[in-house]
Design a protein around this ligand. Structure first.
Ligand code: GLC
Ligand code: CA
Length: 554
């Protein structure tokens, strides 16, 4: 399954995904076409030229399905339609055709662990009797205590103290509780019920037949739960073994989930080229290959660059480990530095290493200084580093502008359940979801002509697309150039490390003479002989400054 070198008919190549660059669009915050302050599908279609100018291979759209937006659309009330706030199925088809015409493929987000409480099947369930067919699509149980007033177990959710909510919260009258791994408005499906399996196959086929090329699978480690009774209590477990290596946790990463994905794979392989999938699985590293196997989803995000410090040692170790894991089953690596769930990487890299980012965000970014310039500079260096590695790269909208996290969204405007439902112990993820600045001079920086759903700070103007376009040293131009060059340079998925004699500098090469060097900190480093292709910041006298990456051909 090694890629052969391309590019003749990249479109038919069934391995196109192995080294693709995928750009994540968060639709509500990309472009708004009708002044309601919410980005939409027509907005995306209106920016095909911009997407094309980035030289990406594909876009991944976060959910655009009908949703009450309790969790930014990851609470789906109808899997086979478009949210009227974002457009129509016809708009979707138009967007897809325009993307394909521009040579850009499309991934959609599938959210199989849970739906929205407004999904018709949950509405049916809540008004039905215990043990009914309707309730059996979800996980309803009686409570503990004399009158069932206590949740059935001590299981916790990501967004709430308990993973159980009493049905009366949503109007149910039978004194039962239902399970939710995330917010109470996101009831978990009962994946032991074959009807759910069938319905998701129908959803996948619906989008695949419409022409989407790939699927990003949300919380791919969820779905299957250990519901054997008496229930296992969490207090008997260490938190760390929530998802143990043996695949026998309570709520996540259970071995049975691969039976589901094997069925999905059969469906994907009925298409030519086969549909592609990438798992969002937060699991132990040794479990990653199970999700990324040829028989299951094929690829699994590697989130380690989101969390590791900006040091030569951790970067090198992380690359080596990820490559080893990908080799287990012939998958390819999937690198990323940012996404809609994380603090923007320019901001992380502009903070002193000693800063607790969670507390810093809770202080509205006031508890420690942020060096924005160094952050953006290091972010570009990190990006050029991962772009030169074998495998695919996932970029998040706005990172190509060197954009920073918005840290001071007023409490009254926060939308994220990670803050609102979670005892307010962290500020949540809205700061990376603020609508993009397109035009420094326009109202709402060209995102919309009406007030944007999350407020854009005044400093966004410095990062606007129109300010950066055509400026050789801007973040945007650097991304554009790098992605263009990468297309020309892409080759076999192999790397060789080279000694640098400097603990702060890494150097690797690809089989065709594409070399990448990064200097993390300290003094300038003399770049070895070769043709300088591009760099993340200006280079003088052939020396690589701290916080800079260079690509050379030799
Ligand atoms: C995934 C999504 C995140 C969402 C969660 C629940 O982790 O990336 O945004 O809140 O799933 O669906
Ligand atoms: Ca709109």
């Amino acid at each position: 399954m090694q890629s052969t070198g391309q590019p003749v008919s990249r479109y038919q190549d069934k391995n196109w995904w192995r080294q693709a660059v995928v750009y994540q669009i968060y639709p509500r915050s990309f472009v708004d076409s009708n002044a309601d302050g919410i980005g939409d599908l027509k907005g995306i279609t209106s920016r095909i030229d911009y997407l094309k100018s980035l030289n990406i291979d594909a876009v991944w759209l976060s959910p655009f399905y009908p949703s009450p937006l309790v969790d930014g659309g990851y609470d789906v009330s109808d899997y086979r339609d478009v949210d009227p706030k974002l457009g129509t199925l016809a708009d979707f088809d138009e967007m897809l055709a325009a993307l394909h015409k521009a040579g850009i493929r499309i991934f959609v987000d599938i959210v199989p662990n849970h739906c929205s409480y407004l999904h018709q099947w949950f509405q049916d369930a809540i008004t039905s009797l215990p043990n009914s067919l309707e309730r059996n699509r979800f996980i309803f149980r009686n409570g503990r205590g004399e009158n069932g007033e206590l949740p059935p177990t001590d299981w916790v959710s990501h967004f709430a103290p308990s993973a159980w909510t009493h049905e009366s919260t949503f109007g149910g009258k039978h004194n039962q509780w239902f399970l939710h791994y995330f917010a109470p408005e996101q009831p978990d499906w009962n994946w032991d019920n074959p009807e759910i399996e069938e319905d998701f196959l129908k959803t996948l086929k619906f989008w695949a037949d419409r022409g989407v090329d790939g699927f990003r699978i949300d919380v791919a480690h969820g779905l299957k739960k250990d519901l054997s009774e008496p229930f296992r209590m969490r207090n008997t477990l260490e938190h760390e073994v929530d998802r143990p290596a043996d695949g026998n946790g309570i709520l996540a990463d259970r071995n049975e989930v691969f039976d589901v994905y094997r069925k999905w794979r059969k469906l994907f392989n009925q298409y030519d080229p086969p549909k592609v999938a990438v798992a969002e699985a937060n699991v132990l590293p040794e479990r990653v290959p199970l999700y990324a196997s040829e028989e299951t989803l094929g690829q699994c995000f590697d989130f380690r660059f989101i969390f590791i410090p900006f040091t030569a040692r951790s970067y090198k170790e992380s690359v080596a480990e990820a490559i080893e894991l990908a080799k287990v089953n012939g998958s390819s690596c999937t690198w990323c530095l940012s996404n809609h769930d994380q603090i923007r990487h320019a901001t992380k890299l502009g903070l002193d290493k000693s800063v607790d980012r969670k507390l810093w965000m809770l202080s509205d970014g006031t508890s420690a200084p942020l060096d924005k310039e160094s952050g953006t500079r290091r972010a570009l260096a990190a990006t050029l580093f991962i772009l030169a590695l074998p495998g695919s790269t996932y970029l998040y909208q706005g990172e190509e502008l060197g954009l920073h996290e918005v840290t001071d969204i007023p409490e009254s405007m926060i939308q994220d359940p990670q803050y609102l439902k979670n005892l307010k112990v962290d500020k949540g993820r809205d700061g990376s979801r603020v609508p993009l600045p397109w035009n420094a001079q326009a109202d709402y920086f060209g995102f919309s002509t009406g007030a944007s759903h999350l407020p854009q700070p005044a400093w966004f103007k410095d990062y606007a697309v129109n300010v950066q376009s055509g400026k050789a040293e801007s973040a945007l131009s650097t991304y554009q150039r790098a992605l263009q060059k990468r297309k020309e340079l892409i080759c076999e998925e192999l790397i060789t490390w080279h000694e640098t004699g400097n603990a702060e500098v890494l150097h690797f090469s690809r089989p065709n003479g594409w070399n990448c060097l990064i200097n993390f900190e300290g003094s300038d480093y003399l770049i070895p002989q070769g043709e300088i292709l591009l760099s993340s910041a200006p280079i003088t006298d052939g020396r690589l400054p701290a916080g800079t990456t260079v690509w050379i051909k030799r």
